[in-house]
Design a binder for this molecule. Structure first.
Ligand code: FAQ
Length: 311
């Protein structure tokens, strides 16, 4: 029987069909998905903090309304992804505890500070831009609930990317000081954005198996290349310089060549030593603890409603 189930699973993945929550799946497939989807959900929630930092200091009512809506969208993405993760048999409580205790990761990019309002635009342009590159192929991931969550997330991320680009292009048409703010922000975020795609393929322990199972559809390096190729013309249109002296078009490859991010810095950030790791987790833990009375009230209300139904 077990062999038959495993053969069905392999055949479904080979056909490019979806695995659904009630289907049999290898334990390692389930564990890999929990790891990736949880990390992804946590990233959306922790990712609210860097931009949330500027909500009270947005330069106009219009910018404030846009930023509020954008940060709320990220909360929504986190919720779809936590729901997708729960279909794999883990509880929301367990996931939150693993995040605040540092047992599960979130994206390295959110451990960098947002030092100026231009960072709001740069995050939209580069960070959401990288997120789209990575997530559009995940709409075809082999696990049904994850792929379906990605469809809506990607539509919203595309909108976020455009709003970031629009903010930067407005600043680039402003004063010299505003243009300098944009350039300084792009200089700080370019390399961390490239790190979002994960380590180089040769040092990525999970890629081969995740590709074989159809969880990932492209490798880390393939997506990083796609992002660079997509972003270079946008940088030119904006009038900003990407801070990489090795960046050039390679006619033979039909792609841009580019330098290597500082992978030691990446490892330091992933292991908790980035500029804002401690602050991000402390903030999330405090928000979770502050929300305890809401969870208690909801549970008490649910218990009383059950009693009333019985009576
Ligand atoms: N940061 O073997 P691989 C967003 C870890 S977008 C931290 O290559 P894999 C939108 C990795 O977990 C950001 N850790 O791993 C937004 C593994 O550790 P482990 C979220 C990283 O899974 C925008 C180890 O390194 N997007 O939130 C990172 O095959 C603006 C070895 O790596 C997603 O999560 C990293 N950058 O490939 C929100 C997308 N890279 O667990 C707010 C879905 C790698 O073995 C504002 N995830 N690691 O100890 C993926 O596509 C994949 O998980 C990768 C990593 C590509 C990130």
């Amino acid at each position: 029987l077990a062999d038959g189930l495993a053969a069905d699973f392999e055949a479904t993945v080979a056909r490019g069909d979806r695995i659904e929550p009630r289907d049999w799946m290898p334990e390692k497939y389930r564990a890999t998905l929990v790891r990736q989807v949880a990390q992804h959900a946590h990233s959306e929630i922790i990712g609210m903090q860097p931009e949330g930092n500027w909500i009270t200091r947005a330069p106009s009512l219009r910018r404030k309304a846009i930023l509020l809506a954008k940060v709320q969208d990220e909360a929504g993405h986190g919720l779809y992804l936590y729901s997708a993760c729960e279909t794999l048999g883990v509880s929301r409580q367990e996931l939150t505890e693993k995040l605040v205790s540092g047992k599960q990761k979130y994206s390295s990019i959110f451990n960098y500070p947002t030092l100026s309002y231009a960072d709001v635009g740069t995050i939209g342009w580069l960070v959401d831009g990288a997120a789209i590159c990575n997530q559009v192929p995940l709409c075809r991931t082999s696990y049904g609930p994850y792929g379906r969550a990605m469809i809506r997330v990607c539509k919203e991320e595309s909108f976020h990317q455009r709003q970031g680009y629009e903010l930067l292009s407005t600043m680039m048409r402003g004063t010299d000081e505003q243009r300098a703010m944009v350039q300084e922000s792009v200089d700080r975020f370019w390399w961390p954005a490239l790190m979002m795609f994960g380590p180089p393929d040769a040092d990525s322990p999970n890629t081969a198996q995740s590709m074989a199972w159809g969880i990932k559809r492209d490798t880390n390096d393939e997506l990083r290349q796609k992002f660079v190729d997509m972003t270079v013309p946008q940088a030119a249109a904006l009038g900003v310089t990407l801070p990489d002296p090795e960046l050039r078009w390679d006619e033979e490859r039909g792609h841009h060549d580019f330098g290597s991010p500082d992978w030691d810095e990446f490892m330091t950030v992933v292991k908790g030593g980035g500029p804002c790791n401690a602050q991000r987790i402390a903030h999330r833990r405090a928000a979770h603890e502050d929300g305890e009375w809401v969870r208690d009230a909801a549970l008490a209300f649910a218990a009383r409603s059950r009693e009333q139904v019985r009576a």
